[in-house]
Design a binder for this molecule. Structure first.
Ligand SMILES: Cc1ncc(COP(=O)(O)O)c(C=O)c1O
Length: 411
C-alpha cells in the first residue's frame, strides 16, 4: 500500500513558514543578502555602500595581498580542486605544512585539517565519542558541536549557558553513566561573544576525570599573546585536551582543524568519516589559510589582535553611550551583541540600519534563547575610527526614529 504521508509535507507547514513569507513580502529578511564586493570594513551590498559590522573577517586578512597571493600560488600550482578526499588523493604538501604550523601555534603534538569548521566538530565529536559515552555541552555551544554530539549517539547532557554549577551537576551524573566523559564548550560564544570560564571548567573536569574540548573558532587569531585563543588567554592550554578552530574567521579562508595529541589526531585521520569521505579543502583555501596563519604568527599578529579588540571596545562603548543594551563580558572579544528581545523588533531595526548604510547580523531563536533576539555586531582590525563613527551615528539616528514609532528598545 502506498504511504499516505508525503515526506515533503514539513517543508510547507513548518513553524517559520508564515514568518518567512511575511518577511519576504516586506523585504525584511535579514538573511541571504548579496555582497557585491570583498568582505572589507565597508562593502557594496545590493547596490549600496554599507559599513560591514556582520563579518567574521576579524583581522581583515581576506583582502591582504599576501593572503591573496597565498591563494593564487596554490591555485597556480595545484589547480582549482583536488577532486578527492584527504584520505585517498586529496592531500597536498600545503595541508601538511598547515597542519604542522597549526599544531606549533596551538602548542599541541599534532593538528588535522578538515574542509570546514563544521566538519571539524562533527568529524571529531562523532568519532571520539560513542554510544556508551557521555558528552556535556554548554547550551550556547555552536550548532556543529551539537550535530557532532548527536551523530555520536553518546548520552548528551546539556547545561544552561555559562552555569558552571549545572556543569558540576552534570559531571556528577555523568560519573554514573558508565562511559567516558567529554565536556565541550566554545572558548568564545559565537552569538553573545562571552568567554567561557575555562580555568573553572578545567578544575571541574579534572575533579571528575573528564576530558575537555574547546572550540576556538572566535578566539583563535584574536585572544592571547600568540592569538591562540581563549585557552591561551586564560592560561589553560595544557589542560585542554582538544582544540578546534576554523579558517572562516581570523584565518581569512574556509576550513577547520582539530589540535591535540598524536594518538587522538592519528585516530581521527583513519576513523573520522567527515574527514575521510569528503573532498579535501581546495588548494586556494589552504594556501590562503597558511598565509594568514603566518601573518598571525609574525610580529604583526599582536598588532592586529590589539587593533580588532580596541575597535570592539570602541564600538561597544559607543553603542552603550547611545542607549543600546550591549552585552558586556569581563573579556573584550570581536563580538558586540546588542539586545533587542523581540524577533520582529530585531528584524525591523536591522532593516532600518541596513537602509541607513550599516550591515549587522540578526540572531533569532534557536541561535539565541527564545525572546532573546540580538543584533550581533562584530568588528575587524581594518575598521578605522571614522567608519565606526559613521556606523554609530547611523545607530543613534535609527534608534531615535525607531523608538518614536515602535516604543523603547531595551536600555
Ligand atoms: C563557534 C563555531 N564553531 C564552529 C563553526 C563552524 O565553522 P565553519 O563556518 O568554518 O564551518 C562556527 C562558524 O560559524 C562557529 O561560530
Amino acid at each position: 500500500m502506498p504511504t499516505a504521508i508525503d515526506v515533503f509535507e514539513k517543508v510547507r507547514g513548518h513553524e517559520r513558514a508564515e514568518q518567512l513569507r511575511m518577511a519576504r513580502e516586506a523585504d525584511l529578511l535579514p538573511y541571504f543578502r548579496v555582497l557585491e564586493s570583498a568582505a572589507g570594513p565597508v562593502v557594496e551590498m545590493e547596490g549600496a555602500e554599507r559599513v560591514m559590522l556582520g563579518s567574521n573577517n576579524y583581522l581583515g586578512l581576506t583582502a591582504d595581498p599576501r593572503v591573496m597571493q597565498g591563494a593564487r600560488d596554490a591555485l597556480e600550482r595545484y589547480g582549482t580542486g583536488l577532486t578527492g578526499s584527504r584520505f585517498l588523493n586529496g592531500t597536498i604538501d600545503l595541508h601538511l605544512q598547515l597542519e604542522a604550523e597549526l599544531a606549533d601555534w596551538m602548542g599541541t603534538e599534532e593538528a588535522i585539517v578538515f574542509t570546514t569548521g563544521h566538519q571539524a566538530n562533527v568529524g571529531s565529536l562523532g568519532t571520539i565519542l560513542g554510544p556508551g559515552d557521555t558528552v556535556i555541552a554548554d547550551s550556547g555551544d555552536h550548532a556543529s558541536i551539537l550535530d557532532g554530539c548527536l551523530l555520536s549517539r553518546a548520552k548528551l547532557r546539556p547545561f544552561r549557558h555559562g552555569r558552571l554549577d549545572k556543569l558540576e551537576k552534570m559531571l556528577e551524573r555523568a560519573g554514573e553513566d558508565g562511559g567516558g566523559v567529554l565536556v565541550v564548550v566554545d572558548g568564545v560564544f559565537s552569538m553573545e561573544g562571552d568567554v567561557a570560564d575555562l580555568p573553572r571548567i578545567v578544575e571541574l573536569c579534572k575533579a571528575h576525570g573528564a576530558r575537555l574540548m574547546v572550540d576556538e573558532a572566535h578566539g583563535a587569531g584574536v585572544l592571547g599573546a600568540r592569538g591562540a585563543g581563549a585557552s591561551e588567554l586564560l592560561g589553560v592550554e595544557r589542560d585542554v585536551d582538544l582544540r578546534m578552530g576554523t579558517f572562516s574567521k581570523s584565518l581569512a579562508s574556509c576550513g577547520g582543524f582539530i589540535a591535540g595529541t598524536h594518538e587522538v589526531v592519528d585516530y581521527l585521520r583513519v576513523s573520522s568519516r567527515a574527514f575521510m569521505f569528503t573532498a579535501a579543502a581546495v588548494p586556494a583555501a589552504v594556501g590562503a589559510a597558511l598565509a594568514a596563519l603566518r601573518i598571525i604568527r609574525s610580529e604583526e599578529g599582536p598588532q592586529l589582535f590589539g587593533r580588532v579588540l580596541e575597535n570592539a571596545a570602541y564600538l561597544s562603548a559607543g553603542l552603550a553611550d547611545r542607549g543600546f543594551h550591549v552585552i558586556e563580558d569581563e573579556h573584550t572579544t570581536t563580538i558586540v551583541p546588542v539586545v533587542v528581545g523581540d524577533d520582529w523588533k530585531a528584524v525591523l531595526l536591522w532593516r532600518a540600519l541596513y537602509d541607513a548604510g550599516v550591515y549587522v547580523n540578526v540572531a533569532l531563536h534557536p541561535a539565541v534563547p527564545p525572546a532573546g533576539a540580538l543584533l550581533r555586531t562584530s568588528v575587524m582590525a581594518t575598521h578605522d575610527r571614522e567608519t565606526l563613527d559613521r556606523a554609530l551615528g547611523a545607530f543613534a539616528e535609527v534608534k531615535r526614529r525607531f523608538e518614536a514609532e515602535h516604543g523603547p528598545l531595551p536600555a
